[in-house]
Design a binder for this molecule. Structure first.
Ligand code: GLA
Length: 388
C-alpha cells in the first residue's frame, strides 16, 4: 500500500523530495458512551485501522488534499478563520485541524497531502477524528512545530467542533495517546490518559450493523440533541439542589453523591430523568469496568457491557433495532458482553469473547444477523478483530 501511495503522491504533486508519512488510528470504545463531554470517564482502545497521510510542506499557506479513497480533491489556505466547505465535506476535518492550530500558533505553513484510510467510515470507529489528528500532525511537522500529545488532543477536541458536532475529547485523545496491547482509560478536564493492559485471553470483535451513521448528517443533530438534553437535566438537578456554578456532571457528582443526584432527579420529567440516569450510571460503569479489566474479571466486564447497551437503548435512546438485534446475536454467538460503540444511531457493536471463540462468534453472526441482509455500498467489511 505504501509503495502505491508514494507513487500516487508523485503523480499528483510532481517530482521532488519524497513526502513524509504518518498514521493515525481509529478506535473502538469498550465502555463509556456520551460521558466524555460531561467530564466522566471512557475506556476506548485504538485499533489496527488507520488514516495514512503522505505530505510535503509548502512555502506558502496553501493546503492541497487528495484522497486515495475516491473523495474529491480539496484546497484551502491555513488561517485563524477558515470558511468551511459545504456541510459534510471531508475537507472540513482538515480545515478543523488547520484552524485550531493557526489559532494556537499564528500562521502555519501549508502542505500537499495524500490521504488514505481503512477505518470504516460513519461506523462509530472515529475515522473523522483520525483524519483531524493526521492532518494536525502533518501541519505541525510542516510548520516545524510540536505539541505534547495530551495538549494536542485537548486542542483538537475543541477544534473538531468546527464541523458542527458538540463532541467530547475521547476520539482525539485515544488516537494520540493509545498504547499497543492496552485499552486507555480517559478522564477529562483536564485530560488524563491511563493505559490499562488488555488481559491475555480477552478478545474484542467489532460487528457493523450495516446502518451508517454519518456524523455530518442527521446523526450530528441527534448527537447534539443528546448533548443538550443531558446538559438540561444536569442544570435542572443542580438548581434543585441549590448548587451553583456547576458546568459538568463530574462537578455535580464531586459535590453530591450519585444517589443524591438521582434522588433529586426524581422530580424531573422522564424525558430528562432518563438521559441523566444514563450519564451517571455509565460513568460508574466505566470505573467498574476498568477495575474488572485490571482484575481479569471477564464475565463482569461482559455484564457491564450489556448494562451499558441497555442504558443506551432505554435511557438515552441512541440505539436502533439493528444494533439491538446485533448485540443480541453476539450473545447468541457466545460473547460475554456486547454493546453499541460510539455515538450510536447506527454503526457498530463491540463484543467480548475468548480469542479461541472469535471465529465461532463471527460464523454465528454470518449465519444469523448477516444472512440475507442487504449490504449497502460503501461498507466493504463488516466484521473486524479489534487488535489494540
Ligand atoms: C462521538 C464523539 C465522542 C463521544 C462519543 C459518544 O464519538 O466524538 O466525543 O462523545 O461520540 O460516547
Amino acid at each position: 500500500m505504501n509503495a502505491f501511495l508514494f507513487e500516487r503522491f508523485h503523480e499528483l504533486y510532481g517530482p521532488g523530495p519524497d513526502p513524509l508519512a504518518l498514521r493515525a488510528p481509529g478506535r473502538v470504545n469498550l465502555i463509556g458512551e456520551h460521558t466524555d463531554y460531561h467530564g466522566l470517564p471512557v475506556l476506548p482502545m485504538a485499533i489496527g485501522r488507520e488514516i495514512r497521510l503522505l505530505f510535503r510542506p509548502r512555502a506558502d499557506r496553501v493546503v492541497r488534499l487528495a484522497s486515495a479513497n475516491g473523495f474529491p480533491a480539496r484546497e484551502f489556505s491555513v488561517s485563524r478563520e477558515i470558511a468551511p466547505f459545504e456541510q459534510g465535506d471531508w475537507g472540513n476535518y482538515a480545515k478543523a485541524a488547520a484552524q485550531a492550530l493557526a489559532l494556537e500558533y499564528g500562521h502555519l505553513a501549508g502542505m500537499d497531502a495524500l490521504v488514505w484510510g481503512d477505518i470504516p467510515p460513519a461506523a462509530g470507529l472515529s475515522s473523522s477524528s483520525a483524519l483531524v489528528v493526521a492532518c494536525a500532525l502533518a501541519l505541525l511537522a510542516a510548520g516545524r512545530a510540536a505539541l505534547d500529545p495530551v495538549e494536542l488532543a485537548e486542542l483538537l477536541a475543541r477544534g473538531e467542533r468546527y464541523v458542527g458536532t458538540q463532541g467530547g475529547g475521547m476520539d482525539q485523545a485515544v488516537c494520540l495517546c493509545a498504547r499497543a496491547g492496552h485499552a486507555l482509560k480517559l478522564d477529562f478536564f483536564p485530560l488524563r490518559p491511563q493505559p490499562v493492559p488488555l488481559p491475555s485471553g480477552w478478545a474484542f470483535v467489532i460487528a457493523h450493523s450495516l446502518v451508517t451513521a454519518p456524523k455530518s448528517a442527521e446523526a450530528r443533530q441527534r448527537y447534539n440533541a443528546v448533548h443538550s438534553s443531558t446538559a438540561e437535566a444536569r442544570d435542572q438537578v443542580a438548581a434543585r439542589l441549590g448548587e451553583r456554578g456547576i458546568r459538568r456532571y463530574a462537578d455535580l457528582l464531586a459535590r453530591r453523591g450519585a444517589e443524591e443526584v438521582l434522588e433529586a432527579a426524581a422530580a424531573l420529567p422522564e424525558a430528562l430523568r432518563a438521559p441523566l440516569r444514563h450519564v451517571i450510571t455509565e460513568g460508574a460503569r466505566v470505573e467498574r469496568a476498568v477495575a474488572a479489566m485490571r482484575a481479569g474479571a471477564f464475565e463482569e466486564f461482559g455484564r457491564l457491557m450489556l448494562e451499558s447497551h441497555a442504558s443506551l437503548r432505554g435511557d438515552l435512546q441512541v440505539s436502533c433495532g439493528e444494533l439491538d438485534e446485533l448485540a443480541e446475536a453476539c450473545r447468541g454467538g457466545g460473547a460475554a458482553g456486547a454493546r453499541l460503540t460510539g455515538a450510536g444511531f447506527g454503526g457498530c457493536v463491540v463484543a467480548l469473547c475468548r480469542p479461541d471463540a472469535r471465529e465461532a462468534l463471527k460464523a454465528h453472526l454470518e449465519a444469523s444477523y448477516y444472512r440475507g441482509r442487504p449490504r449497502p455500498a460503501g461498507i466493504p467489511e463488516y466484521l473486524l478483530d479489534a487488535v489494540p
